[in-house]
Design a binder for this molecule. Structure first.
Ligand code: ADP
Ligand code: MG
Ligand code: ZN
Length: 482
């Protein structure tokens, strides 16, 4: 998107739910969707006298992400109380980190329109989530709210970027890259509908080339990629229009209305919270030694960006392909498993990006659960390559193979789909087709070479698409010209 003389400036605050089995300060389960208030205890319900005990896994996950995002890991970090009142926050404060977070000063490289850009990460800190309010309206339209503390004290990482993003596309690319990394690391499921990955965006605008930033508005609770891009675009345009009309942007918190496609003010600066942060007296400072960081470093998997670069280097694939193949760790694994059996990277990539991804997306299925396993996928490609079936047939039968999980070899034999590569058989059909199309044959011989397609089509129709195309072309030309 282009905003003329102006540009957007955005910094994002992302909240990621961690895939730990238990909560951050107690032993309760973090499982989603359980009976309301069944995963609770005095600590996560904030009962007086209950004390928090830090879950070590949360620290490990924070360090993992910090390393993946090139941050420095603080040897000591401090938990702090963020005080505010809300019914889903039983203690009256959220335990978070404030002045001394666990990770600082990293970066994440993104690609937009084939161009690399480095987005700096300001900080990553650990905190607990609040409970959830469920609002009900009765038949006489009076309403009431219920509170479910299952989510109370589930662990979160908050990842705060520097205001380095300039367009909604960059913001989306950043979020996708960050989500991919969290999922690669196996520390967050990335599920936006369930709120496991959500984002607040700080947005301001300025004249292109200006040094100073403008006043920012904060857009809260963006939880789908489509809405994020739309709401950012709307907000940038709104601020530019406002300034052009002589108005000034005010610092406020806004929400996005997806139906109307607009943002609206939720609260202004005057109503902004004063959180009265202070160090959490019930938790010791978090001490992380080098040995621990080093041992976690050794467990880091190959990350999406590294995988992309390796796929381009080792397999000679274009960026477009590797961006898709490496976006999902399971898809990348599938690709390499097929490749081990059928070492033609571009063919494998093409077939995965078209046939396989279409079926997976239709059913919202992960590549690891594909009914067509890598071995069958490779078998299908081999059948095409050795001429047993045509490429066209290979594509046509893919949905059926996917549904049935059948062996490709057996399937094509049973359905009689074997490609006809027998010269005699093809010549017989060609002769018949030419005999019943004398006008076209004469026109072809008189120079209307386009008509070759007509003859190819006729023979293919006769053979239900099974004639070997290369052989057919060669024989047809011989017959028509000869
Ligand atoms: P706060 O504590 O009020 O949330 P921070 O300084 O931590 O403020 O910044 C929060 C986010 O706002 C960061 O992601 C930062 O990059 C972003 N940000 C700061 N200033 C601006 C600005 N002028 N325009 C857009 N984003 C900004
Ligand atoms: Mg903020
Ligand atoms: Zn608990």
């Amino acid at each position: 998107m282009d905003y003329g003389d102006y540009e957007g400036v955005m910094g994002l605050e992302v909240h990621a739910h961690l895939l730990t089995k238990s909560k951050i300060f107690c032993g309760c389960s973090t499982e989603f969707g359980a009976e309301p208030n069944s995963h609770t205890c005095p600590t996560c319900m904030g009962l007086p006298g209950a004390l928090p005990v830090l879950n070590k896994k949360v620290v490990e996950f924070a360090i993992k992400l910090g390393l993946a995002l090139n941050c420095s890991i603080s040897p000591t970090s401090i938990f702090a109380r963020k005080n505010y009142f809300y019914p889903d926050l039983p203690k009256g404060y959220q335990i978070s980190q404030y002045e001394e977070p666990i990770c600082n000063n990293g970066w994440l490289d993104i690609f937009v329109n084939g161009q690399a850009k480095r987005i700096r990460i300001l900080r990553i800190h650990m905190e607990e989530d609040a409970g959830k309010l469920v609002h009900e309206r009765t038949i006489d339209t009076s309403s009431y709210s219920m509170v479910d503390y299952n989510r109370s004290s589930t662990p979160l990482l908050e990842i705060v970027s520097e205001p380095d993003l300039r367009t909604p596309e960059e913001a989306t690319a950043y979020l996708k890259a960050l989500r991919d990394i969290l999922m690669y690391l196996d520390i967050c499921d990335g599920n936006m509908e369930e709120g496991s990955f959500r984002c607040d965006a700080n947005v301001s605008v300025r004249k292109k080339g200006a040094d100073a930033f403008g006043t920012r508005a904060e857009l809260k609770n963006l939880n789908s990629f489509r809405f994020i891009e739309r709401s950012l675009d709307y907000e940038i345009s709104r601020q530019i229009d406002l300034i052009k009309k002589g108005g000034t942007v005010i610092q406020e918190t806004r929400l996005f209305n997806a139906e109307q496609g607009v943002t609206y003010s939720m609260r202004g600066k005057e109503e902004a919270h004063d959180y009265r942060y202070f160090p959490e007296p019930d938790l010791l400072p978090v001490a992380v030694d080098d040995a621990w960081v080093e041992s976690i470093k050794k467990t880091l998997p190959e990350l999406p960006m590294e995988k992309m670069e390796r796929f381009m280097r080792e397999y000679g694939l274009p960026r477009y392909d590797v961006e898709i193949l490496s976006s999902d760790r399971e898809l990348a694994r599938y690709f390499e498993e097929v490749l081990a059996l059928f070492p033609d990277a571009k063919t494998v990539s093409n077939f995965i990006m078209t046939e396989l991804l279409r079926e997976l997306k239709n059913g919202n299925v992960s590549p690891k659960d594909s009914p067509v396993k890598p071995a069958q996928f490779a078998e299908l490609l081999s059948l095409i390559k050795d001429g047993t079936i045509s490429n066209k047939i290979g594509k046509e039968i893919f949905p059926d193979l996917y549904r049935s999980g059948a062996s490709p070899g057996q399937y094509v034999r049973e359905k009689g789909l074997l490609q006809i590569s027998d010269e005699g058989a093809i010549v017989g059909i060609i002769d018949a087709v030419i005999a019943r199309s004398p006008k076209e044959a004469a026109d072809f011989r008189a120079g209307k070479e386009k008509l070759l397609g007509f003859f190819v089509g006729q023979v293919m129709k006769e053979t239900k698409g099974k004639a070997n195309p290369a052989l057919l072309n060669e024989l047809l030309l011989k017959k028509l010209k000869g």
